[in-house]
Structures are given as C-alpha cells and as structure tokens.
Design a protein around this ligand. Structure first.
Ligand code: SF4
Ligand code: SF4
Length: 473
C-alpha cells in the first residue's frame, strides 16, 4: 500500500505524518485529555465491552466434566480449548492453528481494517471502557483533568490522586488475577490467594508483577501501547487497501471545510471545522487527515461528528465506516482479489485443522520391533519377538493400557510393570510377542494388536512378526 493509495487527505499536506499526535514539537510526550464520547457507537461499545469483560472474568471458572473449558498453562505446556486438552505433542495442530490465526487476521484486516482494535482488543476495552471512565468520574472532563495535573499539590489534589490510583491498583490487581486464572487455572489461583505469600511465592510474585505492569500500562503508558508497541498497528500499512473498511472522513462531502454561521447560505463543504472529532480522539489525531497508524477505530469521532451534523441539520455519516473507494466512487465491495485469496487459504487451513482435531485419538500407541533383534526360539516350539512400545495419553486421566493380538493366536507379555500412562505423558516400554511356530506362515507375519483401555478398544496397531517358516528340523 502506498501513501497515495490509502490516504484520504483532502490536501497534499502530509506534514502530520512527520510526527505523532502524542509527541510535542520538542519531542516530549503530549498527555491526551480526550473528551468523553457519547453516541450510538459508544453505547454499542459499552454494551459489547461488558459482554467481553464478563467472558474474560467468568470463563476461567467454567468447568466441563470437572475440568476448565479454557486454560493456557504455558508453565506446564498444557492447553485446554473448549474442553479439549492439548499438549506439546500437538505441535502440528498448534502450528496450523497459529497459521490459520495469522491468515484470519490478514483477511479480517484487509476487509474491515482495525475493527478488532476498537471493539475487541483488551487494551482498548480496559483503557477506554474502564480506566478512562475512572478519570472522568474522579477528575472530571478534559479541562478539569488538565487543570488538576498542571496545578501545584494541594490536599484536595493529593487525595484525588490517591483515590484514583487506589482504584487503578484494585482494577490492575483484579486483571492480574484474571490473567493468572487463564494461565494456571482458577483452582490454583484460589489456592495462591487463600494462602500466605510464602506458601506460593512464585504465584504471589507473578500477581505482584502483573498488577504493577497493568497499573503502569493503564495509568501512565496508555495509548502509547497501541501507537508505539503493538505490532498489529504496524501491519496496517501493508494490509489496508482502497477497499478496506476503516473509520474515514468523507472529504468529498466535507471539503472545503469552513466555520458554520447561522442563517448564512453555506458554500463550503459539510465540515464546520468544529474540532470535536479531534477533541474526542484518545490517540490525539485528526481523522480528517486520512487513515493513520494511530487510529484505533474507537468510533469516538463518528459519534462526535454525528452529533454536530444533527445540530447543523446535515445528514449523519461525515465520518463513518467506509473505504476510500466507497467515499470517492461510491463502490463498496468486500470481495477483492486479496480477500478472496486469503479466504481460500483460510478455508483450506481450517478444514485441515478441523479434520485433524476431529480424527485425533485420545491415546497414541506405536509398537515397533526392536531394531537389530532377531527372533528368539522358546521351549515347546514357540517363537518370540521383542518390541518397543511408545504410548501417549492425551486425556485428562491416567490410562491403564493392555494389549491383545487380533488376527493370530499368541501371547503378549509386557516387561516390567503394567502400562499405566499418566495424563499428557508419554511412556516407553518393551514387550514380547510369542507365537506358536505353526502360526508363522511367512518370514514376516503381519500382526494386528488391539490396544485396550479399561477393557475397551482404544486403537489397533499394525506391526509384523519375524520367524522361521515350517516345522523345526
Ligand atoms: S481517529 Fe476516530 S476512530 Fe480513530 S482513534 Fe481517533 S477518535 Fe478513534
Ligand atoms: S466533528 Fe465533523 S464537522 Fe466537526 S471538525 Fe470533525 S469532521 Fe468537521
């Protein structure tokens, strides 16, 4: 994507691209005091964020058959997704899932721009729907916040700041606990928080670190996370094109901008240059300059401009969800060669992933004749072969395994203890298969071995048996 392809700037003036909206000319951080948004998009986002927050906080406590329905335990390399357990042995599924997720992100961004950032991203949800609301509640609107920050310390200011940061800390502590519940599970978390710190020092330190990091991000770092750190924001430059739906200013309709004078016949465009879209922007940009890296698609400028359009009796939607093609040529299409290409790749990947998950067995057993070993002659005309067994248990419980020959009569003798495989573990063992000489019809007799789990067939493994053909001389 080149700049000329994506910008909807009404002028050739692109100096705004030379500096970030959150950095002053002197190179210092400009603290953003954004106006409180109000309108139908903001109301929709509030409702949707409650729904997302409910999912985030409730899911770690949901159980299916006594196990969490979601868990991302990176410490023990154990993952539960919708009640299905996965471990390190599922690396092919992980790789496929990751590639599918990346292709999905590409497809979604090509079509809908940064819709994810504005509506779903936890950073935006917590920042705009939780922490910034605390600012408005305790310190008031942008002018009051600015005045308070620039004023010298008084008792009133001190208590306001203590109160605000006390709430920030409490919220950060809750988010830290929630994050830990997703990683280690709610049972372990409850054990950590109900014991003394010294009993679970690692867990206690993790909660303290997470709480500190969240307090720092939402209390101080804020929109810089989206603008300076988030790699997804950086991807926009290569993913967006003229058909991508972004939050865009309709410069055809809006320009030339000019102040509104009541009763005067208007010769300018619909933009009355009221600056409201800039004042509400939490990343400090002017959307009228065109699509910019800093725009997190929060919709605040749409609501602000719609309310201005209502007051000057102009149609809403001067700033809206639209593509550059939509604004310039009134052509809106979701089906472009790029979106079709990504969709085809995604369908193939998801089909493959679904097939692999659906056909994935709970127990995975391989039985191979021990390399370099010949057959052994046993008393009473029996022949034996030695085998290596590898068994992997992908279930939540320990599984005792036993073996039975399916296509010939014979004996299977496991060396050592019986084979009991713990959850998500892999064990190796050795076993002998012993056949009567008259069962052997060729040098390599094909064998089918039934793997039994609690007496039920779990898998049938094929291998071969080496032995002499014919009667003993
Ligand atoms: S430009 Fe509009 S949508 Fe983008 S971040 Fe600013 S207010 Fe939100
Ligand atoms: S809010 Fe609308 S009318 Fe006001 S400056 Fe922004 S685009 Fe123009």
């Amino acid at each position: 994507m080149t700049e000329t392809e994506t910008t909807n700037s009404p002028t050739s003036e692109t100096s705004f691209r030379d500096q970030l909206g959150i950095v002053s000319k002197e190179g210092k951080r400009k603290w953003i005091y954004s106006k409180k948004p109000n309108g139908k998009f903001h109301t929709g986002r509030i409702l949707f964020s409650w729904f997302l927050l409910a999912i985030l906080f409730v899911t770690p406590f949901l159980r299916f058959n006594g196990h969490p329905i979601m868990l991302f335990d990176i410490t023990e390399r154990k993952f539960i997704v919708f009640g299905l357990i996965f471990g390190p042995h599922d690396y092919i599924l992980f790789a496929l899932a990751m590639i599918s997720a990346i292709v999905f992100i590409f497809l979604f961004t090509v079509v809908f721009g940064r819709l994810f950032c504005g509506w779903i991203c936890p950073q935006t949800v917590f920042m705009e729907m939780v922490f910034r609301k605390v600012d408005y509640w305790i310190e008031g609107g942008p002018p009051q916040q600015k005045r308070l920050n620039e004023s010298s310390m008084t008792i009133k200011k001190f208590f306001k700041k203590i109160f605000k940061h006390g709430i920030y800390f409490t919220l950060s502590f809750l988010i830290a606990n929630m994050l830990l519940a997703w990683i280690i599970g709610s049972d372990k978390l409850l054990k950590i928080i109900s014991a003394t710190p010294s009993e679970h020092l690692g867990g206690f330190i993790a909660i303290v670190i997470f709480t500190g990091v969240f307090h720092w991000i939402f209390g101080w770092f804020r929109e810089q996370a989206c603008i300076l750190v988030c790699p997804y924001g950086r991807l926009q430059g290569v993913l967006l094109d003229r058909n991508s739906i972004v939050i865009a200013y309709d410069f055809i309709r809006g320009e030339p901008r000019g102040k509104f004078k009541k009763g005067e016949e208007r010769t300018n465009g619909d933009c009355i240059d009221c600056h409201q879209c800039v004042d509400v922007c939490p990343t400090g940009i002017d959307i009228r300059n065109g699509t910019q890296l800093e725009c997190i698609n929060c919709t605040a400028c749409i609501d602000a401009c719609d309310s201005i359009m209502d007051s000057v009796e102009k149609p809403r939607g001067l700033i809206r969800y639209d593509s550059i093609e939509g604004i310039e040529k009134k052509i809106r299409t979701l089906l472009t060669p790029r979106s079709i290409g990504y969709s085809i790749v995604l369908i193939i990947l998801i089909s493959l992933l679904t097939y692999l998950v659906a056909t994935r067995s709970d127990i995975d057993v391989t039985i191979l004749r021990t390399a370099g070993m010949f057959y052994q002659e046993q008393p009473d005309d029996y022949i034996s072969n030695l085998y290596d067994v590898k068994a992997l248990n992908k279930t939540f419980e320990s599984v005792p395994l036993s073996f039975k020959l399916k296509n010939v009569d014979g004996i299977i003798s496991v060396l050592g203890d019986s084979l009991n495989v713990k959850t998500q573990e892999s064990v190796s063992a050795k076993l002998f298969i012993i056949l009567k000489r008259d069962q052997i019809k060729s040098m390599n007799t094909p064998l089918q071995i039934e793997i039994l789990r609690n007496g039920e067939t779990a898998q049938i493994v094929e291998t071969s048996f080496l032995g002499p053909v014919g009667k003993k001389e």
